[in-house]
Each structure stands twice: as structure tokens, then as C-alpha cells.
Design a protein around this ligand. Structure first.
Ligand code: GDP
Length: 338
């Protein structure tokens, strides 16, 4: 394990925009060692006043739609405007497969060499809930390090989108022309989350098909209820490969940012997201504590068996375990006092 620095060293390094220190600070928030959790919360507490000033953008779409190519093109466009861009990833596959759809090193080569960009691969070996917490914390660290725009990339497979939606201001869905909604994993729920649909690969003779798809999605979106932000969802064409469509997409996002800042939606949404984070944190902490409890560990296998065989109903077995947990917590509290 690499040596840890003092809280002040991390905080100073992050605030000065030093990328190496930023990476090391993110490693600490991703660590599950108890000492690191304490260090992480001290770092986060200190940098908190310097957070919140970025535009947080979620980007999703099925594998192969062109997410990394898009982020390379869009990120480079943004840095050419003088913006500082951080890229984070939420990759639910990295846990199950050990490999990562989003994390491989050959992606975004140009952007990764850009001094105004910072790319952090997806955290590995964490539950989805764990990834969510760490990504939220990494967003704060990147903001404190002076990044104006945070791109949070995720694969278009269900739950991870809801998580990314819950930590960003703006949600962009990349699609393909003529691939069929089912193939693109488009469920109604995802359509209801998005602020912009960008139909990618409008190049190499595919322009017509993309233009047609843009029209179709525009029509389809009329059937959807108004978004919470009250800003209408837009559909645009782009070519991540050729870098076309980046300027209009950026204009949509910056207009959205101005409009929702003025209407108060942006602030309201972030407050709501923080509240949600608190609820999630409570749930997660309680769960961790429950499963680490010695009495629970001792009795959980027999509870599992009783439920599996149909001898007991899950709510009864859960209530028994929770009572054991609560009584042992209570006992340890008393013994700590005496
Ligand atoms: P991801 O899995 O969503 O991250 O997709 P990638 O960015 O890895 O792209 C998948 C494939 O589509 C690669 O072969 C890219 O070169 C290609 N691709 C991405 N964007 C475009 C585009 O705008 N036009 C064309 N023609 N190909 C693209």
C-alpha cells in the first residue's frame, strides 16, 4: 500500500489542481480500509466549500454506440473553449466480469493527453451502491480541483442510469439510427430521464438515416410528459468520429444550465440529490453494520436455510435477525459505557 499523506497535503494538492494528488485522493475515497474512510471524510469535509460549481453531465448509451469516441470529441471541443473537463465512469460490468466495458486504457487517447482533461477509470470491485457513493465523492474532488465540466459515463443497462441521473444536472443519451429501440435497450424509463438525445454516426453515407431517426425521435418525444426541468428534450445528430455536432450539443447544455439556474430547478434538483444521497448513505451504513455484526454472522446461515426450505417466511427471519442485531448493539453500547 502506498503511504498516505496528511489531510492538508491532499487538500492543498487537490485545490491547486494537481492531478497526481487528485488521483491519490480519489484512491482514498475508493478504499474500504477504515483508516482511509476517516481520511476520506476529512478531505471531503475540507474541500466541500470549493465544490458545486461545475456542470455535471451524464452520458449513456449501449456499448458500441460511440460513448468513448463521443467523450473524446466532446471533451476535446470543450477544452478548446478553455474549459477543464473531468471524465468519470460508472460501469456495472466491472464487478461481475472482472473486466470493464468502460475502463480500458486505449480509450480516449487524445483526451487523456490533454492537460485540461482528467480521466478516471471506473472503480472496480464495488457494488453498484458503492460505485455510486464513490462517484459522487469523486465529482466533488474534481470540482475542488477546478474542473468546470464533469462527464459521467455509464453503459445503457438499467440501474446504473438511474444512479448517474441522480448525481448529474443534465443527461445525454447517445443513440444509433435504425438499430431499433429494443436493440438499444431503450426503455420508457430511460427516455423519461434524458435531456438530449444525440443520434450518433451521422457520417459516411449514414447522414440520411440519422436525419430520419432524429425526426422520428422528435415525434416520439411529443408523447412524453413534460420534464421536471420544464426544458423540452432536444434531439440532435452528431458524428463523434468526425467531431460534428459538438458545438450545438454544448449550446443546448449551456442554455439548459442558464435556464434551470434562473428557474431554480438546478439548485432544487441538487438539493434533492443530496437528500437522496443521505438516505442512501443511511441505508448502506446500516446494512454494512448489520452484516458485520458477529451475532448476525453466526445466525444468518440457519436463517437462510429456514427461508429456503420454506420453514420460515423472509419477514419473520429478517425480524429475528434484526432483533438479534439490535440487542447486541444495545449490549455493546452498555458494555462500552461501563
Ligand atoms: P462505446 O462502446 O459506446 O464507448 O463506443 P465506442 O466509442 O468504443 O465506439 C464503438 C465503435 O463505433 C468504434 O469502432 C468507433 O470507432 C465507432 N464510432 C464511434 N462514433 C462513431 C461515429 O460518429 N461515426 C462512425 N462512423 N463510427 C463511430
Amino acid at each position: 500500500m502506498r503511504q498516505r499523506l496528511s489531510v492538508e497535503t491532499y487538500v492543498k494538492g487537490v485545490l491547486s489542481g494537481d492531478r497526481t494528488t487528485l488521483s491519490r485522493a480519489i484512491t482514498i475515497i475508493e478504499s474500504s480500509l477504515p483508516g482511509d474512510r476517516l481520511l476520506a471524510s476529512q478531505i471531503l469535509q475540507s474541500i466541500l466549500p470549493h465544490t458545486g460549481k461545475s456542470i455535471r453531465i451524464g452520458i449513456t448509451g449501449v456499448p458500441g454506440v460511440g460513448k468513448s469516441t463521443f467523450i473524446e470529441a466532446f471533451g476535446s471541443y470543450l477544452t478548446s473553449l478553455g474549459k477543464r473537463v473531468a471524465v468519470l465512469a460508472v460501469d456495472p460490468s466491472s464487478k461481475q466480469s472482472g473486466g470493464s466495458i468502460l475502463g480500458d486504457k486505449t480509450r480516449m487517447e487524445k483526451l487523456s493527453r490533454d492537460p485540461h482533461a482528467y480521466i478516471r477509470p471506473s472503480p472496480t470491485n464495488l457494488s453498484l451502491g458503492g460505485v455510486a457513493r464513490h462517484t459522487r465523492e469523486a465529482i466533488l474532488l474534481c470540482e475542488a480541483a477546478g474542473y468546470d465540466i464533469i462527464l459521467v459515463e455509464t453503459v445503457g443497462v438499467g440501474q446504473s442510469e438511474t444512479l448517474v441521473k441522480g448525481m448529474t444536472d443534465f443527461f445525454l443519451l447517445l443513440m444509433l439510427a435504425g438499430a431499433g429501440d429494443e436493440l438499444q435497450g431503450i426503455k420508457k424509463g430511460i427516455m423519461e430521464m434524458v435531456d438530449v438525445v444525440a443520434v450518433n454516426k451521422a457520417d459516411h453515407g449514414n447522414e440520411q438515416a440519422v436525419a430520419k431517426a432524429v425526426m422520428e425521435y422528435r415525434q416520439a418525444l411529443h408523447l412524453f410528459p413534460e420534464t421536471a426541468s420544464k426544458v423540452p428534450v432536444q434531439v440532435v445528430a452528431c458524428s463523434a468520429l468526425e467531431g460534428t455536432g459538438m458545438q450545438p450539443i454544448w449550446k443546448l447544455i449551456s442554455d439548459y444550465y442558464v435556464q434551470t439556474s434562473e428557474s431554480g430547478f438546478l439548485q432544487h434538483n441538487r438539493q434533492f440529490q443530496r437528500e437522496d444521497w443521505l438516505r442512501e448513505q443511511i441505508r448502506q451504513s446500516l446494512e454494512d453494520r448489520f452484516y458485520e455484526n458477529e451475532l448476525v454472522k453466526k445466525h444468518i446461515t440457519s436463517a437462510d436455510q429456514a427461508v429456503r426450505s420454506g420453514e420460515k417466511l423472509p419477514d419473520e427471519a429478517a425480524a429475528d435477525l434484526i432483533n438479534l442485531f439490535l440487542s447486541s448493539e444495545q449490549a455493546s453500547k452498555f458494555s462500552a459505557k461501563s
